[in-house]
Design a protein around this ligand. Structure first.
Ligand SMILES: C[S@@+](CC[C@H](N)C(=O)[O-])C[C@H]1O[C@@H](n2cnc3c(N)ncnc32)[C@H](O)[C@@H]1O
Length: 268
């Protein structure tokens, strides 16, 4: 299904207008990695190139980053709110994502819905060098942006990120292959049904992201694979937790606030 959507999307790789040989070379490498065409950048604007050649998006290789450009939108990797959250956790503040996961130094976590890895960066900082994060992302473009972004990112301490592994695979496939009790925590952040902000870049991210919801069967698999708990991010007021039978959660009480539902593996 996701693979069909990826194939249907008309997308190619190009560069900025002032590209030199090394940037053209990089763009050709990306086109091979993602198995999509490379087009040599002419003198047209990106918008004109998109309209002229009927593309949905162009992956533009810039000197310091990869940007997915649509007619009126851009998506690129950035650490999002993770840096603020990490600083807040270090100051001793309670962050619902950590209250719910109860992650500690040295733990392992499977982030089933990696996206642009904002949550994974928070996990990475909390579990530290002795722990690790595996992030599955079903969409190859999002997975690629995150993989390349994380490779070149220096965190809040100026260090490279060495404890996040990006896997371009659906969590359904990945989880089935994992043995019982193989991660401390399994985490899901499915796409919200209704976006709360109508920005062009969020809408184009939504164009790439997979929108399927969670099933009870997957939650059972996640419980098998975790040692401690499964955590699911949702919005206060959605009836997803009711549907999935989740009663315990952390986070805001106001309608629309982010909440983290918890299913403990061993209920005492
Ligand atoms: C709301 S975003 C996650 C955002 C992420 N937590 C962050 O902090 O950047 C959900 C992501 O999960 C991905 N996704 C949805 N279904 C998936 C599946 N079955 N397997 C793997 N990834 C999936 C979507 O493509 C999307 O990128």
């Amino acid at each position: 299904m996701e693979k069909d959507r990826e194939r249907e999307m008309k997308i190619a790789v190009t560069t900025t207008r002032d590209a030199d040989e090394s940037l053209n070379h990089k763009a050709k490498d990306v086109s091979k990695d993602l198995n999509i065409p490379y087009i040599k950048r002419g003198n047209f604007s990106i918008k004109k190139t998109i309209l002229k050649d009927g593309f949905d998006y162009l992956l533009v290789i810039e000197r310091d980053k990869i940007v997915i450009k649509g007619e009126d939108s851009t998506v690129f990797w950035h650490p999002n709110m993770s840096e603020l959250k990490i600083k807040s956790i270090r100051q001793g503040n309670k962050e619902a994502i950590i209250e719910a996961t109860k992650l500690e130094e040295g733990n392992s976590i499977l982030d089933c819905t990696l996206g642009l890895a904002g949550d994974s960066l928070v996990f990475s900082a909390v579990v530290g060098e002795k722990g690790y994060v595996v992030g599955t992302e079903v969409n190859k473009y999002i997975a690629y942006l995150s993989k390349c972004g994380l490779e070149t990112y220096n965190d809040v301490d100026g260090k490279t990120i060495d404890n996040i592994k990006v896997v371009n695979e659906s969590y359904e496939n990945y989880i089935l292959k994992q043995s019982d009790n193989s991660f401390d925590v399994v985490y899901f952040d499915p796409m919200f049904k209704e976006p709360n902000r109508k920005s062009a870049s969020i809408n184009s991210f939504r164009d790439f992201a997979d929108h399927k919801g969670l099933t009870k069967e997957i939650l059972m698999e996640a419980l098998r694979v975790c040692r401690k708990r499964v955590v699911i991010k949702e919005r206060q007021g959605s009836n997803e937790f009711e549907k999935l039978g989740i009663k315990k959660y952390y986070g805001g009480k106001k309608n629309g606030a982010i909440i983290y539902g918890v299913i403990e593996k061993n209920i005492q």
